[in-house]
Design a protein around this ligand. Structure first.
Ligand SMILES: Nc1ncnc2c1ncn2[C@@H]1O[C@H](COP(=O)(O)OP(=O)(O)O[C@H]2O[C@H](CO)[C@@H](O)[C@H](O)[C@H]2O)[C@@H](O)[C@H]1O
Length: 441
């Protein structure tokens, strides 16, 4: 097969901009595709503060006028990034602004005008509109079905100039709104999501977020492909943020990471850690509810994350109430995250749902066994009783059971087994190539 030129279109990609796991995946998949003959470029909004070389401009239609977006280019770690310079992204956060719908629609409209690619790989609702805008084949990946991009139909059709004939149940309409995610699912040539279990789950009402019927109707083009990890970026043997390198063969350095985490936080071992966006999805409220029992049993808790204000406040208060036993780091902090993955005795991920999850994979790679809820990608990546523990009940009792079982079974041996697992992109990248081939027909 000829070299395939693919444009990955997303809101975030490591190392330029990362809020969560989407950034990790979009930033690392291109590297893994390269040896398979896929020339992958990443297109992002030109978020404020990003430095890049201006290489041109793209004209696109919006509200019946022609507008122009600057085009920037930057190469990082062998990956080519293109940035679309829209004034909408010159300030504000990556997500969570009141005009998110409008600015990401504008992003997709401009993205659809880029030339020179055989295939577009669109990620999450921010890029879901692409299959309606371009004849180039599109593969659409769902990283999180909980965020769908809901818009008023009046705004949407005025902005895009698309015909109102798209506003019906088998296309964009969703309870009186335009649903961008639904458009991605219906109109892309292939739809993927980030683990085999989540691909099954989202076809059921319990996990389908109202789109399970649509997903069942399009199940013939739906595939579950597990995320990989960039094993160079996530490698305790060469992580500059750790006090000492370590590996499965030479695990001594892990003790230094533990000592460093304890010194930095004042926590007594054993330390249970969570590094996560603070969102209902992640089930960290269960950790709060289980906290009194966990403390009674002698555990300490380290939580790092930003997001939901009430959760941030609750963890802050828990830290004040239990100095030396609870530590909350309410920041996005790459270096500290790595120290937590390395220095904790166990990693907690009690998610209500989890499309794939990277935290539990990173923890295993750093020799820290995870306690996870048995859902989605957590189910597919943690070997219950061997490299970590799974629990089913979405309740503090379920979490407590999981933690106690893990410590009964022996976290050290599990940690060592976890380090031997292959979480690389090699297999997943081949699966994406197969999907790309299917989409190209
Ligand atoms: N405060 C903080 N400081 C530093 N780093 C932090 C941090 N908070 C989070 N992170 C990092 O963000 C990433 C989180 O990735 P996950 O895949 O576990 O969850 P997320 O829900 O963001 O991703 C969504 O997309 C991904 C990608 O497909 C799916 O795996 C997942 O299930 C889905 O919910 C990890 O690299 C973690 O270390």
């Amino acid at each position: 097969m000829e070299r395939v030129r693919v444009l990955l279109v997303a809101a975030e990609a490591f190392p330029l901009v990362k809020v969560g796991g989407l950034g990790d995946v979009v930033g690392s998949l291109p590297k893994a595709l390269k040896p398979l003959g896929v020339e992958a470029t990443v297109l992002l909004p030109w978020h404020q503060g990003l430095e890049a070389r201006r290489v041109g401009a793209v004209a696109f239609p919006f509200e019946g006028r022609e507008e122009v977006a600057a085009l920037g280019e930057r190469v990082e770690g062998g990956v080519r990034f293109l940035l679309l310079g829209l004034p909408d992204f010159a300030q504000g956060r990556v997500y969570g602004e009141p005009d998110d719908g409008r600015r990401y629609v504008r992003f997709a409209l401009a993205a659809s005008r880029l030339k020179g690619f055989d295939l577009l790989h669109a990620h999450d609702w921010h890029a879901a509109l692409l299959p309606l805008l371009t004849p180039t084949p599109v593969v659409y990946t769902i990283h999180n079905l909980a965020h769908q991009g809901l818009l008023s139909p009046e705004d949407f059709f005025r902005w895009t100039g698309l015909p109102w004939s798209f506003f019906h149940m088998e296309a964009l309409e969703f309870y009186g709104k335009v649903n961008l995610m639904k458009g991605g699912i219906v109109f892309a040539r292939r739809v993927t999501t980030v683990s085999p279990s989540y691909a099954e789950e989202i076809q059921t009402p319990a996990f389908g977020e109202g789109l399970d019927g649509v997903l069942r109707r399009h199940a013939h083009k739906l595939r579950g492909i597990l995320n990989g990890l960039d094993t160079e970026v996530w490698n305790p043997a060469q992580d500059p943020h750790l006090p000492a390198p370590y590996s499965r063969e030479n695990p001594e350095g892990k003790e230094k990471a533990k000592a460093h985490l304890q010194a930095l936080t004042g926590l007594n071992p054993p330390i249970l850690a969570a590094v996560s966006r603070l969102d209902r999805q992640k089930g960290l409220d269960l950790v709060l509810e289980a906290l009194p029992r966990l403390l009674e049993l002698g555990f300490s808790l380290y939580v790092q994350g930003v997001g939901d204000g009430a959760l941030e406040e609750a963890f802050r208060r828990a830290m004040e109430a239990h100095p030396g036993r609870v530590h909350f780091h309410g920041a996005y902090d790459e270096a500290r995250a790595r120290l937590a993955y390395a220095g904790a005795d166990a990693f907690l991920m009690p998610s209500r749902f989890e499309p794939c999850g990277l935290g539990q994979m990173i923890a295993q790679r750093y020799g820290t066994p995870p306690v996870v809820r048995a859902v989605g990608g957590l189910k597919d990546t943690v070997e219950d009783g061997a490299t970590g523990v799974q629990f089913s009940l979405p309740h503090p009792e379920g979490l407590l059971y999981g933690v106690l079982r893990l410590f009964r079974l022996g976290p050290e041996a599990m940690g060592l087994r976890g380090m031997a697992k292959d979480f690389s992109w090699a297999g997943p990248a081949r699966a994406y190539l197969q999907v790309y081939r299917e989409a190209l027909g």
